[in-house]
Design a protein around this ligand. Structure first.
Ligand code: NAD
Length: 420
């Protein structure tokens, strides 16, 4: 991951402890919530194209299912760790709760560099990972989805493997599938679209015209590309974007539709080799001084103690999960910055995943217009509630979002009681 010594799980627990003290959460419930409900570690043997066999480690962590079946993506990355997956699973619990979705939180990951594998090897890896998870996944149990380096094609292999194992087609076992096999219209764009619904709401509240807003986005994958495109359509100037290789910068504003088309046609392409524009490093992008809004949309821990002091943007909207460490957040809040937390800002993905699951269970599919208008309604409602509460209580947006989410999950645990 991005070079930082941050342990994401310690970071997630610290955030939970802070909110627990604010909402005066019972110590027993705090202790309950610090521990994931279930952790699954699997060894995944994959026959490589050259006949050798490689073993990869896969994880699935289900943090809490007090509110419903667990939900959360799985990622392929060479530096995935159990602690990272644990943190991401806990954040999914809060994200589903703050959005009022009937889900608990989970996350998965395989420690692999997918760029080193052929398509056939990736398919065998995905199918074996899915098969290993069968005891704990299912439309009523735990419903995975795409995340870093996984996509609709990965979800199709996953769904097919589960369906072969149970003996019938079970589209509701995973979301983010291709539309032809039970995916939802609007799912691919949903996370970026949601980020921009939130951006637009926020600009409205602080009286800024989108045309005067300058944005830098780190990450040009699923979340970054769609965020950039929708923010551009809203009228904002996107002056910098980057991926793992570095990025491109133009103070006059980048031609996002052209860059978007390029990214769609070159899924393995790197912005550092893009033929136009000045080049910029990821470090420089985060610290640009001529931007109003910074949108980290790559990996966690990128805004930390080492660079928080150098962040110039007034507004940070967390497209990625966990991009700001608690230490960095404190520095930024002390300087009067506004940070829209991941569990609200990037919840468009899980919200449309929820729509996909509902459509799969009913075998009744909705038009994109209906999906986008329902998505907007849910995002605006959640943001409004969090914004209002943060103003009333004079607390950060993250604290307000967590206060609502953690209280809701705690209440569900209390109502259900501790088994037996
Ligand atoms: P993706 O794999 O489609 O894209 C990731 C992007 O980050 C790529 O452009 C990649 O080059 C870049 N990147 C990777 N390592 C980097 C590094 N070290 N420095 C800078 N850039 C780097 O993944 P995604 O689905 O867009 O997910 C991005 C983030 O958003 C993750 O934190 C993910 O958990 C979160 N998220 C994704 C969704 C979703 O629906 N896909 C929903 C909510 C949150």
């Amino acid at each position: 991951m991005i070079s930082t010594k941050v342990n994401p799980y310690e970071m997630a627990v610290k955030q939970l402890e802070e909110v627990a003290s604010f909402i005066k959460l019972k110590p027993s419930i705090l202790e309950y919530l610090k521990h994931p409900k279930r952790e699954f570690i699997v060894s995944i043997p994959v026959r490589m194209d050259d006949g050798t066999v490689k073993i990869f480690t896969g994880y699935r962590v289900q943090h809490n299912f007090a509110l419903g079946p667990t939900k959360g993506g799985f990622r392929y990355h060479p530096e995935v760790t159990l602690d990272e997956v644990r943190a991401l699973a806990m954040w999914m619990t809060w994200k589903c709760a703050v959005m009022d979705l009937p889900y608990g939180g989970a996350k998965g990951g395989v420690r692999v560099d997918p760029k080193q594998l052929s398509d056939n090897e990736l398919e065998r890896l995905t199918r074996r990972y899915a098969f290993e998870l069968i005891p704990i996944i299912g439309p009523d149990k735990d419903i995975p989805a795409p995340d870093v380096n996984t996509n609709p094609k990965t979800m199709a292999w996953f769904m097919d493997t589960y369906s072969m194992a149970v003996g019938y087609t079970a589209p509701g076992v995973v979301t983010g599938k291709p539309i032809e096999i039970g995916g939802s219209k609007g799912r691919i764009e949903a996370t970026g679209k949601g980020v921009v619904f939130i951006l637009s709401e926020l600009l409205n509240r602080i009286g800024m015209d989108p045309k005067d807003v300058r944005i830098a986005i780190q990450g040009f994958g699923n979340v970054g590309t769609h965020t950039a495109l929708d923010a551009y359509r809203l009228g904002c100037k996107i002056v910098a974007i980057s991926d793992v290789s570095g990025g491109v910068y133009d103070p006059k504003g980048l031609d996002i539709p052209t860059l978007f088309d390029w990214a769609m046609q070159n899924p393995q392409g790197h912005l550092a080799s893009y033929p136009e524009y000045s080049k910029i490093t990821n470090k420089e992008l985060l610290e640009l001084d001529d931007i109003d809004v910074l949108i980290p949309a790559a990996l966690e821990g990128v805004i930390n103690e080492t660079n928080a002091d150098n962040i110039r943007a007034k507004i940070i909207i967390e497209g990625a999960n966990g991009p700001t460490t608690p230490e960095a957040e404190k520095i930024l809040l002390d300087k009067g910055k506004t940070i829209v937390p991941d569990i609200v800002a990037n919840a468009g993905g899980v919200t449309v995943s929820y729509f996909e699951w509902v459509q799969d269970l009913q075998s009744f599919f909705w038009e994109e217009e209906e999906i986008n208008s329902k998505l907007k309604k849910i995002m605006v409602k959640a943001f409004d509630r969090v914004w209002t509460y943060s103003k009333e209580q004079n607390i950060s947006l993250r604290m307000a979002a967590y206060a609502y989410a953690v209280s809701k999950v705690a209440r569900a645990i209390e109502l259900r009681g501790i088994f037996p």
